[in-house]
Design a protein around this ligand. Structure first.
Ligand code: TYC
Length: 101
């Protein structure tokens, strides 16, 4: 029989920190048409008609709704693009971002 003793290995490989995801949040207003909000959600966030309608109506009823989560730079770019799409048509449509807890 072999009598080598194995030393218990201690972990040396550092865990890779996962970058925090950021939420894109749709904010309700009294002016942007519902159908336009749905169109922007489908175009910018690739939501289906059904998903886009649910997000829009949730923001309409509760004031805000989380659209999706992305790495920080992607969340900020999408929020800006979607907000600008409303601005170009003269609507106060607003998307914001915040880090996930
Ligand atoms: N409240 C708007 C209306 O009644 C529709 C709307 C929904 C606007 C959600 C913005 O984030 C929003 N026309």
């Amino acid at each position: 029989m072999s009598d080598i003793t194995l030393k218990p290995r201690t972990r040396t490989k550092p865990k890779t920190a996962r970058p925090k995801l950021h939420k894109v949040i749709l904010v309700n207003d009294d002016f942007t048409p519902r159908e336009f909000v749905v169109t922007v959600l489908k175009a910018e966030f690739r939501l289906s008609e059904d998903q886009a309608y649910r997000v829009m109506i949730t923001a309409h009823q509760r004031g805000v709704c989380v659209v999706a989560v992305f790495p920080k730079d992607v969340a900020e770019t999408k929020a800006t693009r979607a907000t600008d799409a409303g601005r170009r048509q003269g609507f106060p449509l607003l998307f914001t971002t915040e880090p996930e807890e």
